[in-house]
Design a protein around this ligand. Structure first.
Ligand code: C8R
Length: 256
């Protein structure tokens, strides 16, 4: 009897956990779309979970998300693309604007980035459920492969002048292990992309500036040689001021 009760309790906990993740997914999708098209959001969730469901936790590849990426194309202006590395909080503060004034877009401003930002999820071999805890953080985890896949698409979609916000508090603002260095920079392609603007955020603990070899050599080597390059050091305080200004200039460097 105890064994049966125990099994039922475990089953309830697990199925509840799955409902929580999928419900959160659908409700964020509806929140973003604002058109109450629940069946579209459910369809996306179904294609999303196919990427990792029933697979060993550390065995999910970027390609497993191909169907999802094909199903949810971007629709933001490609010439207003903002990339970032190690500036998560600041870049999103800087780019946050009301819809009618929005002039600079990060991956988190797109449907999938919005839904999955700050989420954890994984599947398990032999199970058809989504888990949102107890997920290992490995190279081919469902979460990492998702961000690699979405970041690849996002960078390939970019055009014109692309901006990237990097951190001057890092010894290597262009960290070779970052998504920006591993996945995004090599997918910026001339002639779609004309120029890469680096905004290097400076503050009280600066360890690098625009003259760093890591930017002038490592980053520029990774960048398509036909794409122009510029680097500007901008104090964090200035970036924070810009976030609250109602500047309506177009683009990602309007207020700097
Ligand atoms: N991008 C990557 N990772 C993202 C992400 C995103 O938009 N959004 C979230 N929440 N994450 P980092 P990075 C999660 O080291 O590696 C795109 C992932 O779990 O500061 O260079 C985006 O377009 C991921 O492991 O930056 C951006 O340009 C960490 O946050 C780069 O890639 C990444 O944190 C940023 O990735």
């Amino acid at each position: 009897v105890f064994a049966v009760i125990f099994a039922v309790v475990i089953w309830k906990v697990l199925s509840n956990q799955q409902q929580t993740f999928s419900r959160r997914f659908i409700s964020k999708c509806l929140e973003y779309k604002k058109d109450n098209n629940e069946s579209y959001c459910q369809q996306i969730f179904h294609v999303f979970e196919k990427a990792y469901i029933g697979k060993p936790m550390c065995n999910v590849t970027m390609e497993d998300y191909d169907d999802l990426m094909a199903m949810v194309p971007f629709d933001h202006p490609c010439h207003q693309t903002m990339l970032w590395s190690k500036t998560n909080e600041l870049v999103h503060k800087y780019t946050a604007k009301d819809e009618d004034k929005k002039d600079c877009f990060t991956l988190e401003d797109t449907l999938l980035g919005y839904i999955l930002n700050d989420e954890r999820w994984c599947g398990k071999k032999g199970s058809n459920e989504t888990f949102d805890n107890g997920c290992d953080d490995c190279a081919n985890s469902a979460v990492r492969s998702f961000w690699d896949s979405a970041s690849a698409e996002f960078a390939e979609y970019a055009c014109g002048n692309v901006t990237v916000m990097l951190s001057g508090s890092e010894e290597k603002p262009f960290n070779p292990f970052s998504t920006f260095a591993r996945v995004e920079i090599k997918r910026l392609k001339h002639p779609f992309v004309k120029k890469l603007n680096v905004i290097l955020v400076t503050g009280n603990k600066n360890v690098s500036n625009c003259a760093a070899d890591n930017l002038n050599i490592d980053l520029q080597k990774a960048l398509d040689s036909n794409i122009l390059y510029s680097c500007n050091e901008v104090p964090e305080s200035r970036i924070r001021e810009c976030s609250s200004s109602s500047d309506t200039d177009v683009g990602c460097v309007a207020c700097l």
